[in-house]
Design a protein around this ligand. Structure first.
Ligand SMILES: Nc1ncnc2c1ncn2[C@@H]1O[C@H](COP(=O)(O)OP(=O)(O)O)[C@@H](O)[C@H]1O
Ligand SMILES: [Mg+2]
Length: 242
């Protein structure tokens, strides 16, 4: 173990398993990040940290937790996605889960959906663009749409536009969409958390799309809009993209 290696291990050993420490270490030695900063969110299934690159650019690192993750839910979603074969073993499964989120982000970004730009992936650690206030000492992530919806019509229009591109061009369904997985950064809506997303071609995609749309309609209707789930679904699938 190198000296820095040891230091890193001391800092993170209570938070991460050894495999995760190795993954973070690899991101550092491959010059993707300098090290992790403050946690943005410590969740049940994943931890999100801010980090700085060598060039002093602030980025976000999402680390899927190997031990705490809901193994069975994840296995179920992976089974729906014909792009991936479900591997044996918890660790391999979570690594594939993170890789899937990375690929979904890449595809969505390429087609022009408003998502954080994916930067790198190392096992269960996904590096992506940081959305929010980057440069004060304490980086502030953008607020969730749930807590920041001052212009519902305008934000809904953005959400719809993004969902059309996601469905028609990237050909994936988000699968876990709600006001909790959308950020509002200075009036621009950014869709996050694409780990549940599956291809449109999967047998289950319509069920997941409907669930996503139910959440979107419920949220915006509470804000005074009058959206109909079936109409919105049709619009996402076939409506012209502006
Ligand atoms: N790229 C990002 N930039 C800034 N904050 C982020 C970013 N990605 C996630 N977050 C923050 O971390 C939280 C959890 O991220 P998310 O991808 O939704 O993981 P989970 O699977 O735990 O729900 C989000 O609600 C958001 O506040
Ligand atoms: Mg989330």
């Amino acid at each position: 173990m190198m000296k820095e290696d040891k230091k890193l291990f001391t800092v993170y050993k209570d938070v991460f398993d050894t495999g995760t420490i190795k993954a973070v270490w690899k991101l550092i030695t491959e010059n993707h990040i300098e090290g992790l900063e403050s946690p943005i969110k410590i969740g049940k299934e994943s931890n999100i940290f801010s980090a700085l690159t060598k060039k002093n650019k602030r980025i976000a690192v999402k680390i899927h937790r190997i031990l705490a993750s809901d193994f069975f839910t994840i296995a179920k979603y992976l089974a729906m996605d014909t792009r991936f074969r479900v591997p044996g073993g918890r660790r391999k499964l979570i690594i594939m889960w993170a890789m899937r989120e990375f690929k979904n982000l890449q595809k969505a970004k390429k087609e022009g959906v408003s998502v954080p730009e994916p930067i790198a992936i190392e096992e269960n650690a996904l590096v992506m663009q940081f959305i929010g206030e980057k440069f004060p000492k304490m980086p502030q992530p953008a607020p969730l749409l749930k807590d920041s919806c001052d212009k519902p019509e305008e934000y809904y229009a953005q959400v719809l536009q993004n969902l059309k591109i996601l469905y028609q061009k990237a050909k994936i369904v988000h699968g876990d969409l709600s006001e909790f997985n959308m950020l509002n950064w200075k009036g621009k809506i950014i869709i996050i958390d694409l780990s549940h997303s599956i291809p449109v071609l999967s047998a289950e995609s319509n069920t997941l799309l409907e669930r996503d749309v139910v959440n979107v309609c419920r949220f915006f209707n509470k804000k005074g809009l009058k959206l109909n789930v079936q109409e919105v679904m049709k619009e996402i699938k076939t409506g012209a993209i502006k």
